[in-house]
Design a binder for this molecule. Sequence first.
Ligand code: PLP
Length: 345
Amino acid sequence: MKNLDQLLRNNIRDLQPYSCARDEFKGEASVYLDANENPYNAPFNRYPDPLQLEVKEKISTIKNVASENIFLGNGSDEAIDLLYRAFCEPRVDNVVAIEPTYGMYKVSANINDIEYRRVLLDENFQFTAASILEACDANTKLVWLCSPNNPTGNNLNPDEIISLLKTFEGIVVVDEAYIDFAGVESFSTLLGQYPNLVVLQTLSKAWGSAAIRLGMAFASTAIIQVLNKIKYPYNVNMLTQRQALEALNNAEKVHAWVEILLDERKKLIGMLEELALVEHIYPTDSNFILVKVTDADAIYNYLVNQSIIVRNRNSVKLCGGCIRITVGTPNENTILIEELIKFGI
Ligand SMILES: *Cc1c(COP(=O)(O)O)cnc(C)c1O
């Protein structure tokens, strides 16, 4: 990896961050007259912890990542945006991503006016480090990987990720939004070995907390310090911090949900295999299934009319003819299959 100061944008490297009242004085006091807050209307009158230390402590225990290697944001989407803002000079730098993948990497690149280069996956939805490196130049700051990948559902080959971490001079982001379903170890265990690694996770999927908006980035302390320096001071509100702790304190629920959903995934695949309109079911390591069907647009529209919403991925590269189905409750999955059977008649 290049040294961090070479990778960062100059303005970010030199930035003097805003110092808020809660940065200056940490710890417990009995009278708070420092932040121009209204003394009434507790507990909503006080600014929340800008660094979310209690939430991070809990995540640290669960994920086995030290608190100083954790950044928390308003969804993973905040971490994605901040990585662009930290590393990529508009109209100068570029990023490389696998294709197809999660749409926010590209949207965020466009918002930040950063060139977005794509490297098509192979027919098994895999990539090679060599193909990514071929697309890189001296101004490539970030590489976006997503494993398990959305919308394809599969884990990326870990050997190729490691090969890229060893050879790419910039930052490699591995988005693990679906890691709890994946049956493989998180790349966060390799943070100590690769200073250019950033791992993204979220409470939005297996943790059942998409509404509260809490995303996590795991990285070197140096990278985490940069993200903390450029984020909004109070980027994770008190209600979210509180509800995140509640979710994290009930981790056994998540394990139970994952077990149910993996079991349902298997059953759903079994039922889909029986349908004439299903042409191919791609292997999945996540809580959704990419399915090639006889007529994706017609089936999608038919399901919408039956008040069932799946994701039409027909126009996505390598996903022509495909719909993406999230695994639901046993009842939801049964309703879906019943309607698909009716479509066939
Ligand atoms: C759903 C998803 C996320 C979650 O984003 P949040 O902003 O944390 O809700 C991140 N990455 C991928 C690939 C996803 O599919």
